[in-house]
Design a protein around this ligand. Structure first.
Ligand code: AG3
Length: 282
C-alpha cells in the first residue's frame, strides 16, 4: 500500500478543531509567524478569505476581515451604555482590537493588562490596528496576569472589559467567580463589566455557571449574542453586569461614528436571546 503524500496546499492548511469531528480550516498563503511564548503557541497566517489570522494554541483569536464583529460587540454595548466612561480597563486583548474600539470614546485612560508580551509584539507587526493605538497617550500597557493585576491594583474603573480566550487553559481563571469578586472591588459605583462568554453551543456549561454567579453578584446581569464568522459555532456570547446601569434602559446614546457592526438597533437586538439559551440561563 502506498502512502499518500499530502500536497503542498494541504500542508499549508490551518485547522481549529471545534470537536474531534468538526472544525474550521484556512488555507494559508503565508505562515508569517510561529513561535512558542512562555504561555502559548502563537501563529499568524495570511489567507485569501480572511486576511491575516491570529491563532493562540491552535484557537482562532482574530482575523483581519471579521475582527469587527467581535471587538465592536465586546466593547460598545458597555461603553455606549455608560454615561461617562473615563477610566477603562481591558483584561487580555493583547491583539489591540478591543483597545482601538475603546479609544473611539473620549476616555481619560485605558489600561490593558495582557499576560503575554509576545502577543502584543507579534500583533503590532502583523495587524494594522495595533501600532497606531499603542502610541495613544491615553493607553497604559501592562504585562500581567489579569487576575493578579486587579488584586494588586489600587484603582477603580468605569468600564472593565474581559477579552479572554476560551474557558480552558491559561484563560480559565478569567471565567471564574473569584476573579469577578476582585473585579467588582475595583469598579466605580456606576461601573460596568463586560466580556466574552464563549460559544452558546460549545461552552454552555461555563455560560450556565457564569450566569448563576453573576446574577447573584450584580443587580443587572445580562447576556447578549452576536455573530463571529470564524469562531466556533459562528455565534458568540458576551456578558454585561452592573449595579446601576441597565443596558436596555440606559443604552446607546453617543455611538461613535464609523462602526461596521454595532448600532442602536443591534444593541437592543443582541440582548434578545434565542429560546434554548434563555431557558439554559434562566
Ligand atoms: N478572544 C476570544 C477568542 C475566543 C475564540 N475561541 C476559539 N477560537 N475557540 C479573542 C481575542 C481577540 N481580541
Amino acid at each position: 500500500m502506498s502512502k499518500r503524500i499530502p500536497s503542498k496546499e494541504e500542508l499549508a492548511e490551518f485547522r481549529e478543531f471545534h470537536t474531534p469531528s468538526c472544525g474550521f480550516f484556512f488555507r494559508a498563503k503565508k505562515h508569517l509567524f510561529s513561535e512558542k511564548s512562555v504561555f502559548q503557541q502563537i501563529d499568524v497566517i495570511d489567507t485569501d478569505s480572511f486576511g491575516r489570522v491570529l491563532f493562540l494554541d491552535g484557537l482562532v483569536q482574530t482575523t483581519e476581515k471579521d475582527e469587527f464583529f467581535y471587538h465592536e460587540m465586546l466593547v460598545h454595548p458597555a461603553m455606549a451604555s455608560h454615561p461617562k466612561p473615563e477610566e477603562v480597563l481591558i483584561i487580555g486583548g493583547g491583539d489591540g482590537g478591543a483597545l482601538k474600539e475603546v479609544l473611539r470614546y473620549p476616555v481619560k485612560s485605558t489600561t490593558m493588562a495582557e499576560i503575554d508580551a509576545m502577543v502584543i509584539e507579534v500583533c503590532e507587526k502583523h495587524f494594522p490596528w495595533l501600532a497606531p493605538v499603542r502610541s495613544d497617550e491615553r493607553v497604559e500597557l501592562t504585562i500581567a496576569d489579569g487576575s493578579t493585576f486587579i488584586q494588586e491594583s489600587d484603582r477603580e474603573y468605569d468600564v472593565i472589559l474581559i477579552d479572554s480566550s476560551d474557558p480552558v487553559g491559561p484563560s480559565a481563571v478569567l471565567h471564574q467567580q473569584e476573579f469577578f469578586w476582585r473585579l467588582k472591588d475595583h469598579l466605580k459605583p456606576a461601573g460596568i463589566i463586560a466580556g466574552q462568554a464563549g460559544s452558546p453551543i460549545y461552552h454552555l456549561a461555563s455560560l450556565r455557571e457564569k450566569s448563576l454567579f453573576l446574577s447573584q453578584m450584580f443587580k443587572f446581569s445580562f447576556f447578549y449574542v452576536g455573530p463571529v464568522p470564524t469562531y466556533p459555532g459562528g455565534t458568540w456570547s458576551y456578558f454585561f453586569v452592573s449595579d446601576e446601569i441597565n443596558p436596555l434602559q440606559d443604552a446607546a446614546k453617543d455611538i461613535p461614528r464609523g462602526l461596521q457592526y454595532y448600532n442602536a438597533e443591534i444593541h437592543r437586538a443582541a440582548f434578545s436571546l434565542p429560546a434554548f439559551l434563555k431557558k439554559e440561563l434562566g
